[in-house]
Design a protein around this ligand. Structure first.
Ligand SMILES: [Zn+2]
Length: 355
């Protein structure tokens, strides 16, 4: 394993005034609200829930956060259970949403899409209905109306759950399409291909909701095929991650890369997340430059800034320090993301002049 500086995991979140990217307007299209709890809030919530929480910061981080690469995506997903346990009431959900948006606005994010899985939050909190969960989150968004940031919500279907459960989430999202901008299929794609979910995603798209799908994230043989299926059978307009289409060892990756370029499908790239899930050994090995140079529309996103204990500026630092990204590169990626956002154009134009 390389040292932490090489991995781009040099620090925890810095106040935005310390960031060299503070003045750049930013976009984050791929952020899981349910794994974006501030670490200090997570500590407080777990203590309130009666958990034995280590007082030592390193022990706390080791138990609840992901700050070093883990064996694979599945291992990282299992770490998310602590955050899940903390999301136990409407008041907590509203608070976590508000804090997440406040932190994003403070580092210059002007367009923010937050996604969450109602089924993930509900596990262990069966007293919370989808309706209560969503209302609490919408209230958190409303509490940030005064901030210069456009926020959109995306409902996640967990591919590890039965298709019928996913259908219930999609039905819920369609019923609440005034307060959702899109739907997503997430969780470990290893062994859980997108095709069984195609009908429900086509229905969501037909209802006016936008579609993004996690695909091509893990290094599995089906990674490129999953990207193609997501686009052609699930009507995905963007792909979450998709980084494996630049991996020559994945079957049909180069054909899928060409297709992504031809169709102009943006990728929601989350660089450090891919290191923490052991998809790449380091930021220097990440495929984002190869993707961009091949003509793919790449955007830069955080994935799970709470559990990972970082922010979007950290991702800019990592790409600048290890892959030579310059100011103009970040501006270009942010413009792509601003245009690819699912948030209604009128709301985006208020915070992103010239769009
Ligand atoms: Zn994700």
């Amino acid at each position: 394993m390389s040292n932490r500086t090489h991995l781009g995991l040099t620090s925890t979140c810095k106040p935005s005034r310390e960031s060299r990217w503070a003045s750049l307007p930013k976009v984050d299209l791929h952020r899981h609200l349910d794994c974006s709890i501030r670490p200090q809030t997570l500590r407080e919530l777990l203590l309130a829930a009666g958990e034995k929480v280590p007082t030592d910061p390193a022990a706390f981080a080791s138990k609840y956060l992901v700050k070093e690469p883990m064996s694979d995506l599945g291992a990282v997903l299992r770490k998310f259970q602590a955050a899940q346990k903390a999301l136990s009431s409407s008041a907590v959900l509203t608070r976590v949403t508000r804090e997440c948006i406040e932190d994003a606005a403070a580092e210059g994010i002007r367009i923010l899409e937050l996604r969450y899985a109602p089924t993930f939050i509900q596990d262990g909190h069966e007293n919370l209905s989808f309706e209560q969960i969503h209302l609490a989150i919408v209230n958190g968004v409303e509490a940030c109306r005064h901030l210069p940031i456009a926020v959109g919500l995306i409902a996640i279907v967990q591919r590890i759950k039965p298709v019928s459960v996913g259908a219930a989430v999609i039905d819920f999202a369609i019923e609440h399409r005034e307060t959702f901008v899109g739907v997503d299929l997430a969780d470990n794609e290893d062994g859980f291909e997108p095709k069984p979910f195609d009908a429900m995603f086509l229905m969501a798209r037909a209802s006016g909701l936008h579609v993004t799908i996690h695909a091509g994230e893990a290094n599995v043989a089906s990674a490129a095929d999953n990207v193609l299926t997501s686009i052609h059978r699930l009507s995905a307009e963007r792909i979450g991650h998709g980084v494996q289409i630049a991996n020559p060892e994945i079957p049909r990756s180069s054909a899928v890369l060409s297709e992504i370029v031809r169709l102009g499908i943006p990728l929601e790239v989350c660089p450090t997340s891919n290191i923490l899930t052991n998809t790449f050994r380091s930021i220097s090995d990440h495929s984002i430059l190869r993707l961009r140079d091949a003509g793919v529309l790449v955007t830069i996103n955080t994935d799970d800034p709470g559990v990972f204990d970082f922010n979007l500026s950290h991702e800019y630092d990592a790409l600048a320090d290890h892959l030579g990204f310059a100011h103009a590169d970040f501006v270009a990626c942010a413009e792509i993301a601003a245009r690819a956002s699912f948030i209604p154009l009128s709301a985006r134009q208020l915070v992103w002049p010239g769009l």
